[in-house]
Design a protein around this ligand. Structure first.
Ligand code: UGA
Length: 447
């Protein structure tokens, strides 16, 4: 099938490369000419395992092309996916400027029947608005359909998620649109949920918000565990074995970050409010998430007492492992808070150093950033002379460190773990003061 993807961000680029890999002819469009020029040379704007090879192979096989021209893409494609940015405005409302802009461009360039599919995360009823915009701006009387096909891929494992989805959601209002999308996804042999457009849009909101709810729920339980001296890892094991609950997305920690959950929870609260429903449950989910970073910062203060002039090591900057994405990453907020209290920081991340440097050079800190913040070579370099070491992102390489070496390098053998990647008792036996998230109980077992 000839398809176009308008917007070559995370979702657009991964979807485009994967559709090409499935044998389709794909044109990826973006209005950022620098990005398109780099992509043509096989240079990725993001770090995503496997993506570079997939893009390069499909360019070579002439199944994948990049352009800045929506006109060229619309002329050549029967199916056009919209996967542009949908940021939130300060109040949680989703900014649909780019979606509307793309809809207009598609409308004026359509030469025959087109299926326009929204893949960006958009508020319910956006499909209707796209339809209205296209009907308004279309030049000739050409037929078209609108569909919703939300994406559920996770950064860091996006290709696998695309190729082996739990389900593919297809929201349509005509048989022709349904047939096209069913046949496009046929090679994946996935479970298809074919429904109406509004329900498809809501499936995306509901799924992300439910996952965020699981995370905030387990974080609330972790906070209770810390108070009473229980172990959240054990509680999670016991809960997760109940098939009705499931173990996934019950890892307690410093809360959810990234470009999706914080934005999508805000947006869903706002959408509900607009239609007259007060989504109190989601407001609490958001509140708990915001609280997690403060509780983590309090643990640092409780341990070190005065932060000023203390040297603190930070392992992990990206919002989660296997990505260089630092959008809404807890590490950035933690760095800013500690620098504001005049700490000296030594930090390391396997992929996100460049983006962190760029983000923090604009930071409003009391000391010159270079003097207070040192970007280190690895976990060992980070540990040198530190009063404590913080685990912020659970990269695999932090799980298997030489702890004898780490202990010697630290000024004081204190580890505060925001992701519970170590066994508390083991760390205690190795001579560390180990402070996890909801794992106080695990330290007491042998006493
Ligand atoms: C999320 C969804 O998982 C995807 O299905 C969806 O397609 C995507 O948003 C999107 O809307 O585009 P993503 O943001 O890439 O994907 O990352 P997740 O793996 O879901 O993690 C989100 C955050 O939750 C991370 O900060 C992670 O550290 C945190 N998390 C996750 C926890 O704190 N505990 C957990 O048990 C799981």
């Amino acid at each position: 099938m000839n398809i176009s993807i308008i917007g070559s961000g995370y979702v657009g680029l991964v979807s485009g490369a994967c559709f090409a890999e499935l044998g389709n002819k794909v044109i990826c469009v973006d209005n950022d000419s620098k990005k398109i020029a780099s992509l043509k040379k096989g240079i990725m704007p993001i770090y995503e395992p496997g993506l570079k090879d997939l893009v390069k192979t499909n360019i070579k096989m002439k199944r994948l092309k990049f352009t800045t021209s929506t006109k060229e893409a619309v002329a050549a494609s029967k199916v056009i996916f919209i996967s542009v940015n949908t940021p939130t405005l300060g109040n949680g409302e989703v900014d649909l400027t780019d979606v509307e802009n793309v809809a207009r461009h598609i409308a004026v360039n359509m030469t025959g029947y087109r299926l326009i599919v929204e893949k960006s995360t958009v508020p319910v009823e956006t499909g209707e608005k796209i339809k209205h915009a296209i009907s308004t701006y279309v030049k000739r009387k050409v037929k078209f359909d609108i569909a919703s096909n939300p994406e559920f891929l996770r950064e860091g494992q996006a290709i696998n998620d695309f190729m082996h989805p739990d389900r593919v959601v297809i929201g349509v209002e005509s048989k022709q649109a349904k047939d096209i999308l069913v046949s496009l996804y046929q090679p994946l042999h996935a479970t298809l949920v074919v429904t109406d457009i509004k329900s498809a849009e809501l499936i995306k909101h509901a799924s992300n918000s439910f996952l965020a709810t699981k995370i905030s729920f387990i974080n609330a339980i972790a906070n209770i565990c810390d108070i009473v001296g229980a172990d959240v890892v054990e509680v999670t094991k016991g809960m997760g074995l109940d098939k009705r609950i499931g173990r996934a997305f019950l890892d307690a920690g410093i809360g959810y970050g990234g470009s999706c959950f914080p934005k999508d929870v805000d947006a869903f609260i706002h959408i509900a409010e607009k239609i007259g429903y007060n989504f109190e449950l989601l407001k609490a989910v958001r509140g708990i998430n915001r609280q997690q970073i403060n509780l983590f910062l309090n643990k640092i203060k409780d341990t070190l007492w005065v932060i000023k002039d203390k040297t603190i090591g930070i392992l992990g900057l990206s919002f989660k492992p296997n990505t260089d994405d630092i959008r809404n990453a807890p590490a950035i907020e933690i760095i800013k808070s500690l620098l504001a209290e005049d700490a000296k920081l030594r930090v390391f991340d396997p992929q996100a150093m460049k983006k962190t440097k760029a983000a923090l050079s604009l930071g409003n800190c009391r000391r010159p950033i270079s003097a207070a913040l040192k970007f280190c070579r690895d976990a060992y370099d980070t540990s040198k002379g530190c009063d404590c070491l913080l685990i912020i992102t659970e990269w695999d390489e932090f799980k298997e460190l030489d702890f004898g070496k780490i202990k010697k390098l630290l000024k004081r053998p204190i580890i505060i773990d925001g992701r519970n990647i170590y066994e508390p008792l083991k760390m205690q036996k190795l001579g560390f003061t180990y402070i996890g998230t909801g794992t106080k109980g695990a330290l007491k077992q042998d006493e």
